[in-house]
Design a protein around this ligand. Sequence first.
Ligand code: NAD
Length: 537
Amino acid sequence: MEMQSTRQPSAASSHAASAGYTGRISPNLLVRICARITVGSPHELGMVHAPFNNEPIRSVPLGREADIIEAVRRARGAQVEWARWSFDQRARIFLAYHDLLLDRQDEILDLMILETGKARKHAFEEVVDTAIVSRYYALHAEDHLRPRKRMGALPGLTKTWEYRHPLGVVGFIAPWNYPLTLSMTDAIAALMAGNGVVLKPDMQTPFTALWGVDLLYTAGLPADLFQVVTGRGKVLGEPLIRHADFISFTGGTETGCAIARMAGERLIGCSLELGGKNPMIVLDDADVDAAAEGAVRGCFANAGQLCIAIERLYVQAAAYGRFVERLVARTKAMRQRASFDYDIDVGSLVSQDQLDKVVRHVQDALGKGAWILAGGRARPDLGPFFHEPTILEGVTPEMDVSSEETFGPVVSVYRFDTIDEAVRMANDTTYGLNAGIWTRDAAKAKRLATHLRAGTVNVNEAYAAAWASVDAPMGGMKDSGLGRRHGAAGILKYTEPQTVALQRLHPIAPPPGVSDEKFSRLVSMALRLWRRIPGIR
Ligand code: NAD
């Protein structure tokens, strides 16, 4: 999704009058963080708008290939020295960042709400997530990356180590929905692994990303190591892939496929965190109150604009009536309006495009015979892009909402009888990102989880338990992605493995006077014996 552009005389210097919601943010803050944008010559500018009322906030440069080249050059220059820093030295910066994030949260919460329109409690999720990941990689990067002794080719004669080297400069392309988390947390892993970073944030939410980067420099990051180029994905994506050493992408599946093709042509690695159509299964032994509360959190967090949000609810027949009654009551009680305080449950959608998609899915479903249990309407009286949290029943496969990702506050409820049926329905999607299960029987839940084709499965939660378990991998199966963030997988991907093997005393070759034929027989005999020695693997 791209913004309108306007040609203006000077780069990054104009901003809207401090009126309305924009007045909450100090113009000095915007000037300070915009100084972090890598720009060469004067540029066309693109305006960023506040979703609560669509007022202009400030414009940012629409970067071009020359800016990417300059950003990669600067990051590459700084990375050489950074790669020599010890893990402890790097960790000090990210631990300081953790503390600064918590200390300065009010500033970023206001800024994030201004440019995304989300509820404050959902903005807070980003602050806490970024702090947790920062602390995690500060304290655990060395465990994942230190040189490891590996089994040698000839026991006793070959000593073998595995090293992990930084890749160089990692390019990040981030979406607008969780602009702090998705611009910063993967980049923190890449930096802790010794890389430089060039980030292209989404044009709808550049300020949150810039604030996150600015704070990292305040925490002590060396100059130039983390570059930000603002502009359009279609213009900047290809040059970034052409000049970086790895691409980390979070966004839609279609864009992800295009990025994988471009990375393939250059033979560089990429990780892709893509879309989802995530199911939640409520078994008839579940605590129905807790499940309904959890479903409300899981379906309507960030107004449903969350890749791991629940869009399909499968409820076992005996619990269906009680669950749906509670779900509907809780959904109807949600507080929705434009607010910067912790007094609302659902905010605005980010843009007209998002609202159009939500309305299209709801109208298509109603036109084909589904009906509404709660919500169902856009709310222009609250702001231009608001839409009520909505529950649909009677959804069938020919309706777009049954298989397409809505990425909005819309969930469909379905009834099932047997667990096999629930597994079949939950897996009947091209996506495989996240799933939830509600039951009082932990053993049953674990068995059921392993039959779900989803990268994360939450038991008695919707998404937060697996997402916030940052020592474990997070990402998608099938069309939901390639590669994982968090844990060992989330940092190893930013390194190049290298094996160093030291041969001692005897080469891997026949001893003097032994023919190749005799040597082959000796080696075969040794291998047969070796295989039979108990305890040797
Ligand atoms: P999008 O793919 O349109 O845009 C994401 C980013 O890619 C933006 O920065 C955009 O400018 C850039 N981009 C667009 N076209 C490009 C191109 N041709 N080359 C390079 N970059 C390009 O996605 P969106 O609609 O903004 O974001 C919502 C999608 O992201 C949803 O499908 C959602 O599920 C997904 N998402 C996934 C995760 C995850 O972790 N799996 C997290 C958040 C969002």
